[in-house]
Design a protein around this ligand. Structure first.
Ligand SMILES: [Zn+2]
Length: 276
């Protein structure tokens, strides 16, 4: 090969290498983001009441109980019909093992097939990896207990879009506080949100607080905030101008998917107000 040919081969090899790396990076990102959505789909499927019950009763190993019980409400399958009562019975024997202080790693999986066992182990890993339900880890966004319902997915603007958050109602001027540590990414006015604050949490999620009456004047873009920091006060700015004062609170995953904040709010609310 002469020098010219060698250079051409070298350039082609480099370009091929770059393409392969770029394609792999995209694929990795795609698969990873898909997994992120699935993981949160699982977290969202947990009943906050059940979660709080086990957190209070078994502070040391509530994740074990929730992971096992999640098999009865498996979000990854639509088939809940087959031998549910038999499966219930097996689940009960596992719960009994946990109640007699058996470690999760030492569980005797009698009656549970390998697929189901692997699902329980996966649920347990997700609960370990994501801290969003850990007691006292996150705060509640409204200083005084508000009224709120699960309205995620409800129609907005005559079906043109869906409600991608939770509305928390209280008096105008009620303090709005940050649920987590993070960095301010969006601040000030937009058409729908009115006066709004968007925070990139240290967990990677985007936390969105909208319709504020006033924004804390000490905030600025890229500023760090801590859990419990004052963001502003409740109002009805933006497209909430015809509705009662409320905070619209949203959680967007790093992959752009808005998840339902309702179950997390229920858990955070309990820990925020439990001593009152
Ligand atoms: Zn809303």
């Amino acid at each position: 090969m002469n020098k010219k040919k060698r250079i051409i081969v070298l350039i082609i090899s480099i370009l091929t290498g770059i393409s392969v790396l770029t394609a792999s990076a995209f694929l990795y990102k795609y698969l990873h983001q898909d997994q992120l959505s699935l993981d949160y789909e699982y977290l969202n499927s947990i009943s906050p009441d059940q979660l709080l019950y086990y957190q209070k009763k078994y502070p040391g190993n509530w994740k074990d109980y929730i992971a096992v019980l999640s098999l009865l409400n498996d979000p990854y399958t639509d088939d809940h019909s087959k031998e549910l009562s038999l499966r219930d019975k097996y689940i009960k024997t596992i719960i009994a093992q946990l109640e007699s202080n058996k470690q999760f790693a030492d569980i005797d999986w009698i009656g549970i097939n390998r697929t189901e066992k692997n699902k329980i182990i996966k649920f347990r890993r997700i609960l370990e990896y994501y801290t969003i339900y850990n007691p006292e880890e996150y705060g509640f966004p409204v200083e005084k207990a508000p009224t709120y319902d699960d309205t995620y997915g409800a129609d907005r603007e005559g079906g043109q879009r869906r409600h991608e958050g939770t509305d928390l109602f209280n008096k105008k001027g009620t303090n709005i506080i940050s649920v987590s540590t993070g960095t301010i990414e969006q601040l000030g006015w937009n058409r729908l949100g009115g006066e709004r604050v968007g925070i990139r949490g240290s967990d990677g999620n985007y936390y969105y607080y909208a319709h504020l009456d006033t924004i804390n004047s000490s905030l600025s873009i890229n500023k760090q905030v801590n859990k419990g920091d004052l963001l502003g006060t409740m109002g009805n700015t933006g497209d909430a101008v015809t509705t009662p004062d409320h905070l619209h609170f949203g959680i967007e995953l790093p992959n752009g998917k808005w998840i339902n904040p309702f179950p997390y709010l229920k858990v955070w609310e309990y820990y925020q107000f439990k001593n009152e």
